[in-house]
Write a protein that binds this ligand. Structure first.
Ligand code: NAD
Ligand code: MG
Length: 329
């Protein structure tokens, strides 16, 4: 697999051009400041009463309304929340798009699922740092970078990939390494990872483990420590050394018990469920459900949040965290 570094990118491509960063949240502030410090002419786009307006100005950036920033810019990076993007695109960006402009994203959802449909006359690219905004900014100020994914959905200028690489260089990405993907791959794997593993499978696994112990008569506090609290220790070990590194650090008893029992918990049935979840992502079934849920003002989403907040598990967790002085309130 090809990994792009500093020598594969040419930041000069952005010289004499203006980049609009629309939104100044987690990713927006990092992209805008890094590009600015890389010598790129940046304008931040915000809605008129945004609280971020003063913050961006105090950091030395030019701030204009979304529409004005989009009108002035050659490259427009959309960094407002994904659910807000279609509206901002239609009202502020589309009327100000010119032939040969470059429209950029950090996540593929809106393009892949046709929530945003730009004209044929512009490039559609993605530059997605694989880390939160504060890390993208901090690594840059320390002379390093966060690895990025890039993707090209539409190449109207014939230079879409060069623009994506130049932008990645401007935010520090080529210092760490840049990998090319597609809007489809980035979107579908991102959704699958969060649903089946990170924010779905793992969460339900911890909850089921906690409830199994409590139902068997063990103390809630002890069950919480064993099934939820200690997850951080394990994840930190995997982050640093992979699964082998984690198994090296835990006891042989934990390693043997885990290797033999794990596949009984996440079994053939679980893998079939994963395949169904992936198919719902690939067919757009999940995207439709999520878009409609929001249009309906999220009744199911709010009910699910409420239900979780009312569990004994969450109450016990809050009580235990209050005993841990090192955890920020
Ligand atoms: P965020 O929620 O941190 O920031 C959103 C910004 O948009 C804020 O400045 C907010 O004031 C502004 N905003 C909110 N509503 C608005 C409106 N109606 N009109 C104009 N501006 C509005 O968002 P984020 O996490 O930086 O995400 C931006 C994009 O980056 C998304 O596409 C996301 O998928 C992607 N992304 C995020 C991360 C991450 O770690 N947060 C990582 C990779 C990609
Ligand atoms: Mg993700």
């Amino acid at each position: 697999m090809k990994i792009y570094y500093e020598n594969d990118a040419d930041l000069n491509l952005l010289q004499g051009k203006k980049v609009a960063v629309i939104g100044y949240g987690s990713q927006g502030h990092a992209h805008a400041l890094n590009l600015h410090d890389s010598g790129v002419d940046v304008v931040v786009g915000l809605y008129p009463n945004s609280k971020s307006w003063e913050k961006a100005k105090e950091s030395g950036l030019t701030v204009k309304t979304n529409a004005q920033a989009a009108a002035e810019a050659d490259l427009i990076m959309m960094l407002v929340p994904d659910l807000v993007q279609p509206n901002v695109f239609e009202e502020d960006v589309l009327p100000n798009l010119q032939k040969g402009n470059v429209l950029a994203f950090s996540h593929g959802f809106n393009i892949h699922y046709s929530q945003i449909e730009p004209p044929d006359s512009v490039d559609i690219i993605m530059i997605a740092p694989k880390g939160p905004g504060h890390l993208v900014r901090r690594q840059y100020t320390e002379g390093r970078g966060v690895p990025c994914l890039i993707a090209i959905q539409q190449d109207a200028t014939g230079q879409a990939k060069e623009f994506a690489l130049a932008y990645a260089q401007g935010i520090g990405g080529t210092k760490a390494g840049v990998i090319e993907t597609t809007f489809r791959e980035e979107t579908e794997t991102d959704l699958f990872g969060e649903q089946a593993v990170l924010c779905g499978g793992v969460m339900e696994l911890m909850r089921a483990g906690f409830e199994t112990l409590v139902d068997a008569g063990y103390k809630q506090e002890v069950a919480y420590f064993e099934c939820l609290h200690e997850m951080k220790l394990i994840v930190d070990l995997i982050y640093e050394g992979g699964m082998a590194g984690m198994y090296y650090s835990v006891s042989d008893t934990a390693e043997f018990g885990g290797l033999t029992r794990g596949p009984r918990v996440v079994n053939e049935e679980s893998r079939m469920a994963m395949q169904e979840i992936l198919a719902e992502i690939q067919t757009g079934t999940f995207a439709t459900e999520w878009v409609l849920e929001n249009q309906a003002k999220s009744p199911r989403f709010k009910a699910l949040r409420r239900e979780l907040a009312e569990t004994e598990m969450e109450a016990v967790g809050a009580q235990l965290r209050s005993m841990m002085s090192w955890i920020k309130k």
